[in-house]
Design a protein around this ligand. Structure first.
Ligand SMILES: C[S@@+](CC[C@H](N)C(=O)[O-])C[C@H]1O[C@@H](n2cnc3c(N)ncnc32)[C@H](O)[C@@H]1O
Length: 163
């Protein structure tokens, strides 16, 4: 039974036609939320998902990176689960695959507006101290990140906070 399934999948996989020259729009929906090294274009996992899985199947991406495959799995009506050794990757993927409500989006806009007002008035919040921080960030950037960190720390709901 399993052998038959593998053979069927191998046959289907051979017939996947990738029209790489015509995949010009790679930044739709949440795909471009955050840069990530070695990203591939969403049409590649999309074609493979459509060919090798059915609606409501489970898709596992154990090296999920910034979640390109998992976003496409969601768009194709598949269930999905991902993991990655890089914690930033898990945060990016979670944000890109979580649907927010109108109210949550409104809350995020308000937080960003408050942070922007603090940037403009150059309000000061405590800047975290850690080894070599001055090598990585200019003073102004550190102060701006401290403003964002402060506003994020006030958020209660996980889905909004992680965004
Ligand atoms: C090119 S990305 C994968 C792209 C992803 N499949 C997608 O759809 O966007 C490769 C990922 O593998 C992860 N990785 C490398 N070694 C790993 C390991 N041993 N365990 C878990 N993740 C690992 C890296 O952190 C990186 O995020």
């Amino acid at each position: 039974m399993q052998e038959k399934l593998v053979k069927e999948y191998e046959k289907s996989a051979k017939n996947i036609a990738l029209d790489l020259d015509n995949y010009t729009n790679n930044n739709y929906l949440t795909h471009n939320f955050h840069p990530y090294p070695a990203k591939y274009i969403p049409q590649i996992p999309k074609e493979i998902l459509l060919r090798l899985s059915k609606k409501d199947d489970w898709i596992l991406d154990p090296f999920c990176g910034s979640g390109t495959t998992l976003v496409e799995a969601k768009l194709c009506g598949r269930n999905s689960i991902g993991s990655d050794i890089n914690p930033l990757s898990c945060i990016i993927t979670k944000v890109k695959t979580t649907k927010l409500s109108e109210n949550q989006i409104k809350e995020i806009r308000e937080i960003l507006n408050q942070a922007r007002a603090d940037f403009i008035s150059k309000k000061k919040y405590p800047v975290p101290e850690y080894l070599n921080i001055d090598m990585w960030f200019d003073r102004e950037i550190k102060e701006q990140l401290a403003i964002l960190k402060y506003h994020i720390s006030l958020v209660k709901e996980d889905e909004v906070k992680i965004f």
